[in-house]
Structure formats: C-alpha cells, structure tokens
Write a protein that binds this ligand. Structure first.
Ligand SMILES: O=C(O)CCC(=O)C(=O)O
Length: 439
C-alpha cells in the first residue's frame, strides 16, 4: 500500500508540474499561422494545444458553406453561371455600342435602381450566395424594354466579368458543386442517429454506438433546420475521412492538407473529416492518437480538454458494445453486438461528473476552449477531449497520425500505472481520506 501511495503522489506531482510548466491551465492564441519550424518547436514537440487565427481565411468554404449552398436546387448551378457570363457579355456589348464606354442602357428610369442591382450582383459574386438567379432575372427585365435611359455604372461589370473568368479558370481543375453542376444536397451521406445526442458513449452499462443512417444531405439539413421532424439527434460525424470520401466536390473549398503541418510532421493527414450537427449532439470524453487540426467553418465548438497527464484521474471501464436502432414507432432500442469484445471507455461526463463514483476526477483541471468560425484548434495527440457545438455548426478537421516516439511510450507507462492505482483502490481511498479530514 505504501508503494501505491507513493505512486499516486508521483502522478499527482506530474500532473501539477505539467500544468505549471506548460501552462495547460489556459489556451494560447496565435494571431497568424506558424511556420513548420515554429509549430514543431512550440506546439507539436511540447504537446501543447493552441488556437490559431487567420489560418484559413483564404478558404472559399468560410463564406460559401451555408445550408443553402449545400442544398440541391440552391446556389449557382453551372447553367446559371453560363447565363451570368452571357449577361455580362451583353452588357459589355451595349457599352461598346453606346458612345460612352462607362454607360450602359436599361429601360428603368432610375439610375439608383441600376446601381443597386449591379452592386448586389457584384456582392453576390463575391459571397456566392443563393439568390444569384433572382438578381439575374431582375437584371434581365429592364434590359428588354423599349425606352432606355443611360445609367452610369463605372467599370464594375468589366471587372466582375474578368474576376469571374479567372476564378472559374483557377477552379477548373477542381470539381466544386457549382462548377460541375452537381447538387451535393442530393448525395447520400452517412449520419449518426442517437436518442440523446451521445454517439459512441456509455449508456447504462454499455458502450453504445449510433445508428449509421444513409440519407440525402438535403433531408439531413431539413431535420437540422426543423423543416421536418424525425425522432432522435442527427450528426454527420463519420470519421474515416468522410470529407474526401463522401464529399469530394467540397474539398476544393478547403484544402486537402495543411501545408505547415504536413511539413512539420513530414507527412500528409490520414483523414480529413467533415462535421455538421445539432446542438444536442455531443462527443463523449476520449483521446486519439492523432495530431488534430480542428477548423470551425460556421458556428462554434466547445471543447473540454485534459492533458495526457490527467490519465490517472480519468477512469476507464470495460463495456459491452451495442448500437442504437430506431424502431418503426420512432423509439430507440439498444442492440448488443454480441460477438464483439468489450470496449474500454470513459464513463465520466465532464459536464456532470459523478464524483461519488469517480472521486479522482475531481483532481483534474479541465481546460474549456470555444473555437469560433475561422479559428483552428491544435488538439495534440493523446489529449482527452469532450466536444459540444452550436446548432448547425460546420467544421473540418485534419488527423495526422502521431509519432510513436518516446512520448507515446511514456504515455503507455502512465496508462499502466493508472491501472495499478485503480486496482489498488487508492484513488477512492485518497478521496475518502480527504473527506474525513474535512469533517
Ligand atoms: O467535433 C466533434 O464532435 C468531435 C471531434 C473529435 O472528437 C475529434 O476530432 O477527434
């Protein structure tokens, strides 16, 4: 028992020392992306998380990925784009025909109207949102009439036509939905469905996985937007590189790797994942063997983080695996995966930890981090994390396999020592002693 006590004290000191030395009580913010060397020295090697701002401002996804863009029948199709180019050509022709090059002819008798339409179209082109077609219709209508007036519009149409052409050219090697004319909303996507929002989590005495349902992205969006009702909580969270596997059309709106990270690690990511879900969808506390760059595109993600050195105070138990299945009446059944081996998982919910069952958890100091749209979280390998989100949050993350270096082996040692402490019952005894001292 004396040896176990000494062991417990040592792992407590370790956790405390890491908190003090590496500042794992607070998250650091970088205002610009680091170089590969800076990232390696300051974050990757010390295994320290940080939030990086302005790391992916250049991604079209940041302004493009709205629910309307992802829906079928919305957003500019290839045909609409063609029509748009045709219109600009017509405007240019009219400008040429008129003796004043910066004027063009419309029937409406309001100069302000023309300017408003053109400004709107330019803005639409810049932000690429869904009412593009309506604006084109408005623009077309005045051009048909018999009583033209002249309206000053400067050189905006010319500039737009040029930037449109060069953008289309730049993206011609990619297959974004609007270029290819495909509507990704009509594509099938794998969605995790649960009764309570907890996929891959402990429920009663089982480790329960979600029902994996294949459904059209548009139908999924209807549920998220409460346009249709369907029992359960829905979350696109399939983690086997679902962005590249299920939505290859969207990859051109982001990047297929993060250059400075690939350089720092000397490899490309194992997976690029796409996440979109309801606010009720929660990812239970766990850790991964990945260096994780987590980019929020829309909404917010709320992370609760524990450094790997908190492992001795984070309990694991063995659970029978099971899956949720939705019955015809909309109720959920929990179906055992009888032939599957038991799974070690963490029973503690950091939002409401059962400290009478798991008193050692009170010795941890979780770090709460909100990652907002446009921000990237570096979540180092082996850090425990629990994740919530704002409703309809969209995110993309990059999983780079960790280096199985000495850090990994030290963690394995800590894991074994944690089991020794658990089996000695000392964590509970320590807590009982603390309570006794207080009474
Ligand atoms: O976003 C989430 O819900 C979970 C993310 C996560 O667990 C991960 O990236 O490892």
């Amino acid at each position: 028992m004396a040896a176990a006590c000494a062991l417990l004290r040592s792992v407590q000191d370790l956790a405390q020392e890491v908190r003090e030395l590496h500042g794992s009580d607070a998250i650091s913010y970088l205002e610009d992306p680091p170089t590969a060397l800076q990232f390696h020295q300051n974050w990757l090697n010390p295994n320290r998380p940080c939030v990086i701002r302005n790391a992916f401002n250049h991604w079209p996804a940041l302004h493009k990925w709205t629910f309307d863009y992802l829906r079928p029948g919305q957003g500019p199709s290839a045909a609409t784009k063609k029509e748009m180019c045709g219109l600009w050509k017509e405007i240019e022709l009219r400008m040429e025909q008129s003796s004043l090059p910066h004027l063009y002819i419309v029937k409406d008798d309001s100069v302000a109207f023309c300017q408003r339409i053109l400004t709107s179209v330019r803005d639409e082109l810049a932000s690429n949102i869904s009412s593009f077609k309506t604006l084109i219709d408005k623009l077309q209508a005045p051009a048909e009439g018999p009583s033209p007036i002249r309206a000053s519009v400067g050189s905006a149409p010319q500039q737009i036509a040029e930037s449109e052409d060069s953008e289309a050219e730049a993206r011609s090697t990619r297959s974004s939905p609007e270029e290819s004319g495909t509507c990704i909303g009509s594509k099938h996507v794998s969605v995790a469905v649960t009764p309570n929002g907890y996929a891959d989590a402990v429920y009663k005495d089982k480790f329960v996985m979600p029902e994996e349902r294949s459904m059209k992205l548009a139908d999924f969006l209807d549920i998220i937007e409460k346009k249709t009702s369907s029992p359960g909580v829905y979350y696109i969270q399939k983690q086997c590189s679902n962005l590249t596997e299920e939505f290859p059309e969207l990859i051109g709106d982001v990047e297929n790797h993060i250059p400075w990270m690939s350089e720092a690690l000397g490899k490309r990511p194992d997976a690029v994942n796409f996440w979109l879900g309801e606010s009720a969808a929660v990812t239970s506390l766990h850790k991964d063997h990945y260096e994780n760059l987590y980019c929020v595109i829309f909404g917010e993600k709320h992370f609760i983080l524990h450094p790997p050195t908190d492992r001795p105070f984070i309990p694991y138990e063995l659970y029978q695996p099971a899956v949720y299945q939705v019955n015809e009446d909309g109720s959920f059944a929990v179906v055992d995966q009888e032939s599957a081996e038991k799974v070690p998982w963490i029973p503690v919910d950091p939002l409401d930890p059962d400290l009478s069952m798991y008193p050692a958890y009170s010795q941890t100091r979780p770090l709460h981090v909100t990652v907002r749209a446009g921000e990237m979280l570096y979540l180092p390998s082996l850090w425990f994390h629990h994740v919530r989100q704002s409703h309809g949050c969209i995110a993309v993350n990059y999983w780079y396999d960790m280096e199985y270096d000495i850090k990994y082996h030290y963690f394995q040692l800590l894991d074994s020592l944690s089991n020794v402490i658990k089996n000695s019952g000392l964590n509970r005894k320590h807590e009982a002693d603390q309570e006794e001292k207080m009474t």
